[in-house]
Structures are given as structure tokens and as C-alpha cells.
Design a protein around this ligand. Structure first.
Ligand code: FES
Length: 56
């Protein structure tokens, strides 16, 4: 599933970034060489990162 349409970031990409230490959507996107653009995905991205770090 695509989380961020602007950057074509998928849920599994975000989970992988969270595993590598990204604790916020911004740092996760930076890790992938992107940054939030429209911002619509940020709250959902944050939830995914939180759920990933909660189970890590
Ligand atoms: S959908 Fe992620 S910045 Fe637009």
C-alpha cells in the first residue's frame, strides 16, 4: 500500500526506515532521499512508524 503519493513511499518502506532508526516521518523520508511535500501522509506515516517502533 502506498502511504505517500507525492514520493511514492510504501508502507513497507516506512517500516524499514523505522527499523533503521527513523522516529518521525521527516527523518524516515530523509533516509529515503525525500521530504514531505503536501503533508497529507504525515499523520498516517507517523502511525506506521509508531506501530513499528512499538513492536520492535
Ligand atoms: S502524500 Fe506524502 S507528501 Fe504528499
Amino acid at each position: 500500500m502506498v502511504v505517500c503519493i507525492c514520493n511514492a513511499i510504501r508502507e513497507k518502506d516506512l517500516r524499514a526506515a523505522a527499523k533503521k532508526g527513523a522516529s518521525t516521518p521527516c527523518s524516515a523520508y530523509q533516509q529515503m532521499g525525500c521530504k514531505p511535500r503536501c503533508g497529507q501522509c504525515v499523520s498516517f506515516a507517523r502511525e506506521i512508524i509508531q506501530s513499528e517502533t512499538a513492536t520492535a
